[in-house]
Write a new protein. Sequence first.
Length: 209
Amino acid sequence: MIPKTPDVVRGLYITGSMAKNEMDEDSDIDIIAIVDGDIDLEDFFENIDFDRDVQVNVFKVDELRNKVKEDPTIAIMIKEGIPVKPLSDEELDELLRFTREDLVNAIISTSEDLIKVVELPEPKDSAIFLTMMFVRKLYILRSMLLGKKVSKLGFIEEFRRYYSDIEDIYQLKKRVERGETVEINEEKFEKFLNAVVEYVTDILKSLNK
């Protein structure tokens, strides 16, 4: 699927829905590349005939440790990813190490970012896309803190307790990603945003227990 990579690419992992066997017709192929120094991998991946859009996140090996401390979701994406060019277990353990405090700090900062998005006067389609992105990240961080497995179904089931029509919002997000014009019911939109605030509030309260 992916040919021999440049030598500066130390590690390469397929992540996201493909790694979790949760792909649908709209899913991209998500890839994380761990590299030595500066490199532009755009040309390398453009020459590969993928049947879907490809999203590549590139991390320098000497910066990955700090990136993981700031955003521990990077660690779980790599650990649960499909290794195309794997790093050694010892190197991964060192680079992907994080603490409970790192998780708590990431939950707090993600919650703050999410509330800012909810309060912004964004167009509804943009607001749904950004809000769902941050809500999903918050779910992943909380699951990591509790030692729970992360999945798309798990996220939907958890958030359904706050907003019963979460599948409808999920589909709207997908349509926004495809660039479609969507009509959003004002009342449902407000209920969704209120549910997001309630979800964030409950997660932050749980940190103090």
